[in-house]
Ligand binder design. Structure first.
Ligand SMILES: *Cc1c(COP(=O)(O)O)cnc(C)c1O
Ligand SMILES: [Zn+2]
Length: 439
């Protein structure tokens, strides 16, 4: 293993730095709160990767940035295609929000349908580096599905802890991929604590968010892609939904890497969006509270992927917003549900509630004048709407959208069509049968 481009892992609390091959998961002095941050020799990294080499690189996966990741140049990576998700221009959303440009990055396109694949793919590489027999994680569902699917792609044994209340689709993924699944009678915090105890007891490789320092390094590839896909024209703002705060920390890390390498000359403002029922970081931001001492809250939101009593990666998460002059904003579950069809209809991207929350946050930021009409904004849609069909049905019902339920006859259709708002008369009778327009 050659990791000479990694100078060490530095504790986010006390700044102690550990060499890559001696670092544990967390700081030996600070314990589990002492999350480590991977540091690089950017001069050395810069000899292996540049904007020009990226432009010529035909590896359209997250691994195109491997020179900027804490893995050996020849490390085997899982075969599933993770990363390089599309960043769609969404002009109708931009018009409706009164903004210059809006892009939606669709992480629902990942192999297990959420951004978590980026971190879980990294976890597998690191687990195999140390010859782990079993890998494990606790999760609200998506990190679990990601570790489960990536493990299946290489035949890696794994044990997964999720709250019993996780959406059915996410549990189905775990079972289909063949994981050993523990449905924990409790919330995400309970699942997390049990997973921690189990991995210590059995010696399993632990992927837990806000504990395993390498997860940020996987998630940051979403931020690097945003920059590269926008041809290194830095957007004015990036909107990210926040539970544990690991994704937003990863996006920030991408910007810090790109700055250090001279790929960009300033960072975008980063906005963190939380559900009103799970707003630990919004509270801390508004009240200027110290996230090291602020007590957990009691989270309750239908956006299960961003439900967290105590955001595990809260130090990095707060730095992402503070150091880029962004903000933490809360949106209600109703606003989140409203955003699901608005985003889907305005861009074609169908997001689960936690993904649509980022868009709801952008709408809230526009209302509050936190972004300017001239701004160019990226919304990170973190997971697919198919992850949580029950919530999607709630969302379309709340939007007053109903299907026509009809007998299988043209007469029945005609009767029903009269009530469709954009209804036009049938073409027949107008004498305008257009062969181009039959689909
Ligand atoms: C995990 C997740 C989030 C939140 O990420 P954190 O790192 O926990 O802040 C948001 N949306 C989706 C779909 C997720 O799976
Ligand atoms: Zn420390």
């Amino acid at each position: 293993m050659s990791l000479e481009h990694v100078t060490g892992l530095t504790c986010v609390i006390c700044d102690a730095t550990y060499p890559a091959d001696e670092a544990g998961y967390v700081c030996a002095e600070c314990g589990n709160e002492g999350i480590l941050d991977v540091r690089y020799d950017y001069d050395l990294v810069g000899t292996h990767i540049a904007k020009e080499s990226l432009a010529a690189d035909r590896n359209m996966t997250m691994w195109r940035y491997r020179s900027l990741m804490p893995i050996a140049p020849d490390a085997a990576v899982p075969p599933l295609t993770v990363g390089w998700t599309p960043t769609y221009d969404a002009p109708r959303l931009a018009v409706s929000l009164g903004l210059s440009r809006v892009w939606v990055k669709d992480e629902g396109r990942q192999p297990t349908a959420s951004l978590k694949d980026r971190a879980s793919a990294m976890a597998l590489v690191k687990a195999r580096e140390v010859g782990a027999d079993v890998v494990t994680t606790a999760s609200t569902g998506n990190a679990a599905a990601a570790l489960s699917g990536l493990s299946a792609s290489v035949g890696q044994k794994n044990v997964i802890f999720v709250p019993e209340s996780a959406p059915q689709a996410k549990i189905a993924q775990l079972l289909a991929y063949g994981s050993t699944v523990a449905l924990v009678k409790g919330n995400y915090g309970d699942a997390f604590d049990l997973c921690m105890a189990a991995s210590a007891e059995y010696g399993w490789y632990n992927r837990n968010t806000g504990f395993n320092p390498y997860m940020t390094e996987g998630k940051k590839t979403a931020g690097l892609e945003i920059l590269e896909q926008l041809e290194w024209n830095v957007p004015d703002a990036i909107f990210v939904s926040v539970g544990d705060g690991s994704i937003i920390g990863g996006i920030h890390k991408a910007m810090k890497d790109a700055l250090a390498l001279g790929w960009i000359d300033h960072a975008p403002r980063i906005f963190g969006i939380q559900a009103a029922g799970s707003d630990y970081l919004v509270q801390a931001f508004e009240g200027d509270e110290d996230v090291l001492t602020k007590a957990p809250i009691s989270a309750d939101t239908l956006a299960d992927s961003i439900s967290a009593d105590l955001p595990r990666d809260r130090i990095k998460a707060m730095a992402a917003v503070r150091e880029t002059d962004g903000a933490y904003l809360r949106v209600s579950d109703d606003e989140i549900l409203t955003a699901v069809p608005v985003l889907a209809r305005g861009s074609g991207v169908f997001a689960e509630p936690a993904g649509a929350a980022a868009y709801a946050g952008l709408a809230a930021a526009v209302d509050r004048g936190l972004v300017d009409a001239s701004d160019r904004v990226v919304v990170l849609s973190t997971g697919s709407g198919l992850k949580d069909v029950a919530s999607a049905m709630k969302a379309v019902t709340a939007a007053g959208t109903e299907p026509m339920v009809i007998e299988p006859s043209l007469e029945a259709l005609k009767t029903a069509m009269v009530r469709v708002p954009d209804y036009r008369s049938p073409r027949r009778g107008e004498g305008t049968a257009d062969p181009e327009d039959r689909g």
